[in-house]
Design a protein around this ligand. Sequence first.
Ligand code: TXA
Ligand code: MG
Length: 315
Amino acid sequence: MIGSDIGKARRLLKRGEVVAIPTETVYGLAANAFDADAVLRIFEIKQRPSFDPLIVHIGRMEQLRDVAANIPAQAQALIDRFWPGPLTLVLQKQRRVPDVVTSGLDTVGVRMPAHPMALELLRSLDFPLAAPSANPFGYVSPSNAQHVEDQLGALVPYILDGGACDVGVESTIIGFDPEPVLYRAGGVPLEDIEAAIGPLGVPPSSQGEDPGMRSPGMLASHYAPRIPVIVGDVQALLHHHAGKRIGIISFMQDHRADTNAVLSPGGDAHEAARNLFAALRRLDTSGVQVILAEVFPEHGLGRAINDRLRRAAAR
Ligand code: TXA
Ligand code: MG
């Protein structure tokens, strides 16, 4: 059931139930982070493997010490600059956080979301909310309440509707190894992180290792529609796939295929990110046989868009 009753969401969460909630990035599937049974239910609903840890969402700065310990100075600088906002920090965990939340790791991912309804809900609760994105494991993340309803509506007692997500891609994830390292490109551009705390450690990917090695759950194949996705030079790919029903995801240019999703005609990467997941979902059910996607400019939010498209394309 979809609705906008924060009190109802609060009552269900206090009873140990799972509720889908809006955030500024994507919708989350939330439960009391201190209640291991409630959190287990999230894994069941998503069919998520137990090795993939959840992000803990807080609504007040004081709550950070309830879930994390020994906050590095650079983490604090990022918190001061970007919270509430689309930035998750992987920090040393407090014993109080159940192992099921962190997949047994001694670290925990934490963020304070910027969505007003999420913040109001979190601030009305005396526990933080563990929440992964509210999609079946491996599928495209939901950027509005209807996306959640379409796939998980029968399994979730309530979907709190906070409208379409403003950012549209998941949070940026930074870990401390001990130097700060990018685990996942996301809603806060890498350039903004580096402007705040200086250059990050060499990303494992540039050493030939998938960044997911440091961040379980960051699998090569993820965010994937059922229809095959191919990323590259769309004009060349169009020739190669002539004769098929084709869907295209592009930044600004309309390539005039059977189904087109031009993410931002004016060339705004924020707008493109906001439209990305709805476009992937629409193309996935449009009857096309293959989805071709452009490579976006690899800076700002373009980095997160390219990361999601590459993982959507991986099989
Ligand atoms: O924007 C977002 O981050 C959304 C909204 C709902 O907040 N959440 C989200 O959660 O994208 P999810 O579960 O789809 O992705 C969480 C990822 C995990 O797959 C893992 O890669 C990383 O966060 N993560 C969580 N805890 C971690 C830890 N202790 N160490 C390393 N990586 C961690
Ligand atoms: Mg996810």
